[in-house]
Ligand binder design. Structure first.
Ligand code: GUN
Length: 300
């Protein structure tokens, strides 16, 4: 009988790679539990009722439960003042059952996010947003917290066997959460890519993307990267998660990335889907950082 071989695919399965990282994390949680009789704890703070943020926060809390991590979800009203939020963070900084603290971004407009980031104790900063942790990473020490989405992207590349050394990598977007730290990680010693950052004011952006071996798209614009902007064989990592109106879809919207997938995928040697690409990795790296915070608390 003839067996039907599955078609070879250029898809990077973020869900499968995240599952592998999460299995490693769950094992670490169980081992530490046996050794110290204690459990890692994560506090997730949501200010307001942004629908996408609500989904992300619930997904994080659910993943904690799956991996044996204790979690607290703290939902504050959208009119919460800056001092009220800082007070909640200060209490969590002193709470010994909590090893990681995350304030879901973006907060409502009355909140000064830069101040919030600085209020989280650096050793509980599992987002790696605090200037002390960002500085440490930029100076080349990759042994501490690493920012969740960029380090998730790096894991996707490395666990898919994609060579980065000497490759031309283009990062689209200059956000503090993705673009800037992505640039630092891709150019770090041991990763060794040659990195160009493009953003909304870049002139002739396609001139850069056409030369890229690796593109990380995090520009926040639906289907921004088109087929005619890339070369054949490119590796494309799509960080974007955009809700676009779709009256026929059950929820009235559908999720698309920053990459026009149908145009780019036929030219790409590897590409991540949206959803099911970078998203699950971000959460997997958050779980990993929480365990790292917990382990470090025993070494102090
Ligand atoms: N909003 C979108 N991504 C993130 C993230 O990685 N951390 C936090 N705190 N907020 C986000």
């Amino acid at each position: 009988m003839k067996t039907i071989q599955p078609e070879s695919s250029n898809l990077i399965d973020g869900k499968a790679i995240a599952d592998a990282v999460n299995r490693e994390t769950a094992t670490r949680v169980a081992d530490i539990g046996k050794q110290y009789g204690a459990t890692p704890g994560l506090a997730v703070i949501l200010v307001g009722d942004n629908p996408a943020s609500k989904v992300y926060v619930n997904t994080k809390v659910k993943k904690c439960a799956e991996l044996g991590i204790y979690s607290e979800k703290i939902v504050l009203p959208k009119e919460t003042s800056q001092p009220e939020l800082l007070d909640v963070i200060h209490k969590l900084n002193c709470n010994p059952t909590i090893h990681g603290i995350l304030v879901q971004s973006p907060p409502p407009p009355q909140i000064d996010e830069a101040e919030v980031v600085k209020a989280v104790a650096p050793d509980k900063d599992v987002d790696c947003f605090h200037p002390q942790n960002v500085g440490r990473m930029l100076l080349g020490d990759l042994t501490g917290f690493l920012p969740c989405t960029p380090s998730g992207v790096l894991q996707l590349l490395q666990r898919s066997g994609i060579e980065t050394a000497g490759k031309n990598a283009v990062v689209l977007g200059r956000s503090n959460i993705v673009g800037k730290p992505m640039m630092a990680l891709l150019s770090a010693k041991g990763v060794d890519a040659t990195v160009t950052m493009c953003h909304s004011r870049t002139k002739n952006l396609a001139d850069f993307t056409k030369k890229a071996d690796i593109i990380v798209a995090a520009i926040g614009k639906p289907e921004f990267l088109r087929g005619d902007m890339v070369k054949k064989g490119v590796v494309v990592i799509d960080v974007g998660i955009n809700r676009v109106e779709a009256p026929d879809a059950p929820k009235g919207y559908r999720l698309v990335g920053d990459v026009a997938f149908d145009e780019v995928a036929p030219k790409a040697s590897k590409i991540t889907p949206v959803p099911g690409g970078v998203g699950p990795m971000t959460i997997a790296m958050l779980m990993r950082n929480t365990v790292l915070a917990f382990e470090a608390s025993f070494k102090r």
